[in-house]
Design a protein around this ligand. Structure first.
Ligand code: FES
Ligand code: FE2
Length: 398
């Protein structure tokens, strides 16, 4: 009985990719794992300067597709979702053929916002609240009341302004600058294969929460790239489930994956049948530049960090489960998990980011340092730097 219930709430059975298995097989027993000793540092100006923030938006965020939502938040043709978090009003749709599309969320008549709110709706059409110009899910203008009063307007010229949109790895990606056609980054297909293997695209959004944080987006990202803080910042919450070691890191182009053995992990368990590997191993993906995917035994977390100012970040948190709760036991587990995430991510990781921003804004701290257990943070910053480098010019880094 217990087993049946548990099977119903676990994420999809694992058919992991070869590189995911390689990382898992490379995990050492806790007693044999060595902590790397590599050191790194960054100037604090990258978190504190308006100029640097503007450069990140122009050279990075407007030039690469960024994640706007998990695919399963928009599961059916005819659905639409307004996305405002990036500061660019967008509407994402799934057209009648099931393809993902994205547009500026602005009517071509007199520019009113077309779709209000922040939840997905199934409408089949997008109708402007002002004068009811109506658009199909592929952006074409299909309804124009009193069309005879616009003798020179051709409907075929007045579709919504399109944004480049992609769907890969169970995530929806959009290029937020309508004047550019950003292509997916190298190795995104490999990242997509990893996330597909985890079953992300067929999951279900159990809960979603938005956070408006007083912190630079990179301060918000960094705790999800290192395990150093877990035994310390999370000492009173989740620390007992984890250990300082071991972790295996992989670069996937600019994306990254950190595979970690939890406190109960021993390589011996891989020799026998494993009921739910997520109980023993955590996968944490940096979907470059600003999204995190983390596995847990009964749910996955997708977190999109949307930068709004050097010291402000909107975080969209999604908790994904295998499906809606089908029993009181599953509902209780999901509800408690959703609250735990709020307490741990919201009350501890996000709080730490806000504490850094609050303390550093006065100046006096010129550099921050990263040790061996924070070894993926350096490559994260160097990936960002590779986009900013050309525009910045020598010596401007501070
Ligand atoms: S502004 Fe949209 S119909 Fe007039
Ligand atoms: Fe954390």
């Amino acid at each position: 009985m217990t087993n049946q219930n548990e099977t119903a709430i676990e994420p999809a059975p694992l058919g992991l990719t070869e590189s995911q298995w390689e990382a898992i097989r490379a995990l050492k027993p806790h007693s044999e794992a060595e902590i790397p000793t590599r050191e790194d540092k960054q100037p604090t100006s990258i978190y504190l300067s308006d100029e640097h923030f503007d450069l990140e938006i122009q050279q990075l965020f407007k030039r690469v597709p960024v994640v706007v939502a998990p695919s399963c938040y928009l599961p059916e043709p005819g659905m639409s979702l307004p996305v405002d978090g990036y500061g660019v009003p967008m509407v994402v749709t799934r057209d009648s053929k099931g393809e993902i599309r994205a547009f500026l969320n602005a009517c071509r008549h007199r520019g009113s916002k077309l779709v209000e709110g922040s939840e997905p709706v199934k409408s089949g059409r997008l109708s402007c609240p002002y004068h009811a110009w109506t658009y199909a899910m592929d952006g074409k203008l299909v309804g124009l009341p009193r069309a005879e009063t616009f003798p020179s307007i051709k409907k075929c010229d007045m579709g919504l302004v399109p944004l480049q949109a992609y769907e890969a790895g169970g995530l929806i990606w959009v290029g937020m600058d309508h004047s550019q056609q950003p292509a997916m980054l190298d190795a995104s297909d490999q990242l997509g294969a990893d996330l597909d293997a985890l079953g992300l695209k067929n999951m279900h959004v159990y809960g979603r929460r938005q956070y408006d944080l007083k912190a630079n987006w990179k301060f918000v990202m960094e705790p999800f790239l290192e395990a150093y803080h877990i035994q310390r910042l999370h000492a009173n919450s989740i620390a007992s489930m984890f250990v300082d070691v071991p972790s295996v890191y992989r670069r996937i182009g600019h994306h990254q994956c950190q595979t970690s053995g939890k406190a109960n992990f021993d390589p011996e368990i891989l020799k026998g049948p494993v009921d739910n590997l997520h109980k023993y191993v955590t996968h944490a993906y940096l979907v470059f530049p600003n999204t995190v995917v983390i596995t847990s035994p009964y749910y996955f977390s997708v977190m999109i960090l949307m930068p709004r100012a050097k010291d402000r970040t909107i975080v969209e948190y999604y908790m994904l489960t295998r499906g809606p709760a089908e029993s009181a036991k599953a509902e209780d587990l999901f509800r408690r998990s959703f609250e735990l995430i709020h307490d741990v991510f919201g009350g501890e990781d996000f709080r730490a980011a806000e504490l850094q921003q609050a303390a550093m804004c006065a100046g006096g701290i010129d550099e921050v340092y990263f040790g061996g257990m924070e070894e993926m943070i350096g490559p994260f910053h160097r990936s960002i730097e590779s986009f900013l480098g050309q525009a910045r010019g020598p010596g401007a880094h501070g």
